[in-house]
Structure formats: C-alpha cells, structure tokens
Design a protein around this ligand. Structure first.
Ligand SMILES: CC(C)(COP(=O)(O)OP(=O)(O)OC[C@H]1O[C@@H](n2cnc3c(N)ncnc32)[C@H](O)[C@@H]1OP(=O)(O)O)[C@@H](O)C(=O)NCCC(=O)NCCS
Length: 167
C-alpha cells in the first residue's frame, strides 16, 4: 500500500440534469435523491483513495442551502480531506446551475466518513492524505476536531441504541 496520496487523487466530479422523476411535489430535487448522490460520490472518492472496498460509517448533517429546480444541472465534487487509520473523511460540495441563465448556487455541503474493509470485513489501514491547495489544507487541519466530534457522537448514539433497542 502507498503511504500517502494527494486529495486531488480521490477527486470525483459528477454532473447530471434534474428530471421530473427526480423531484418532489414542489418541483425541486427530492432530498433523498440528493443524499443518495452524495453517498455515491463520496464512496467513489474513498475507493479511489484506498483502492479497497469501503462502507459508509456516518454522514454528518446535510443542510440544504438552496433548492435545486427541475431542469437545473446538479454537480457534486467530492474528495478525501482527512484520514485516521482505517477511516476517511470525504467532503462533498453540491452546486446547481440554471442551464439557461448560467446562474450557479452552492446548494449543500456534507462530510461523510468511509471505512476501508479488508477481505474478512474488518477495518483496514488506508494511505494518509496530503493536502495541497488552501481549501484542502484548511479542511485537513480542521479534520481532527470533526473526527473527535464523531467519536463522541457515536458513543451517544450507542447509549441511545441501548436505551431504545427492540425487545
Ligand atoms: C463502520 C464499521 C466498519 C466500523 O467498524 P467497528 O468494528 O466499529 O470498527 P472500529 O471501532 O475499529 O472503527 C473503525 C474506524 O471507523 C471509525 N468509525 C466507526 N464508526 C464511526 C462513525 N459512526 N462515524 C465516523 N467514524 C466511525 C472509527 O473511528 C475508526 O477509525 P480509524 O480506524 O481511522 O481510527 C462498522 O460499524 C460497520 O460495518 N457499520 C455498518 C456500515 C454500513 O453498513 N454502512 C452502510 C449503511 S447501511
């Protein structure tokens, strides 16, 4: 396994057009559809980084900042920003474009954590990530705090799961 990789080596860019079958009753992209796109794009970025099978361990909150209308293009950019031992933080940025006017809006941002899995289904080590651009360095430097926040959140979720487990 290589020791380290640049963020740019995992970059995924996915652009598609919003069709009527992708929308809610209000004529904007269905939130669940966008979340599937986000997970899909992040998974490809993580597999490019690790060259391993991966699973989604968690998704941080997704705030829908701006509606994405039928007929818009929707572009997702994802890359690995921070790594632990087996986990990779992937940043996903979603931009919509009105294809007639050219106006673009930043519609959502999300961080997901993907974990590399070996042939026995166990977490396995991934290369470290090397940031280069200002944006990559900023995301890398803040990654440690977010990873700690997720560890704490998982403990809280496990406590809730114990409390509400089905009988
Ligand atoms: C994610 C999973 C592989 C973690 O396995 P585990 O036995 O808990 O392993 P560990 O506790 O050693 O964690 C492995 C790594 O994942 C990270 N991790 C585990 N749960 C996490 C969570 N909820 N959020 C973020 N990171 C998480 C750990 O911090 C650790 O990172 P590191 O190796 O970089 O230090 C396991 O919980 C799993 O398979 N979950 C289901 C995943 C899935 O099915 N996803 C699809 C959704 S349906």
């Amino acid at each position: 396994m290589v020791d380290s990789k640049y963020c740019s080596e995992s970059l995924v860019v996915k652009t598609s057009i919003v069709f009527p079958t992708d929308t809610n009753t209000y004529g904007t992209l269905f939130g669940g559809k966008l979340m599937a796109y986000i997970d899909d794009t992040a998974a490809i970025a993580a597999m490019r980084h690790a060259r391993r099978h991966i699973v989604t361990a968690s998704t941080d909150s997704v705030d829908f900042l701006h509606p994405i209308y039928e007929g818009n293009s929707v572009c997702l950019e994802a890359f690995v920003t921070y790594t632990g031992t087996s986990s990779m933080e992937v940043f996903v940025k979603v931009t919509a474009e009105d294809l007639l006017s050219g106006v673009k809006n930043l519609c959502a941002l999300s961080f997901l954590t993907m974990v590399a899995i070996d042939e026995h289904g166990k977490p396995t080590a991934v290369p470290q990530v090397v940031p280069q651009t200002e944006e990559e360095v900023s995301l890398f430097e803040s990654g440690k705090v977010r990873a700690e926040m997720r560890r704490n959140r998982k403990v809280e979720t496990q406590e809730l799961a114990r409390k509400y487990k089905s009988k």
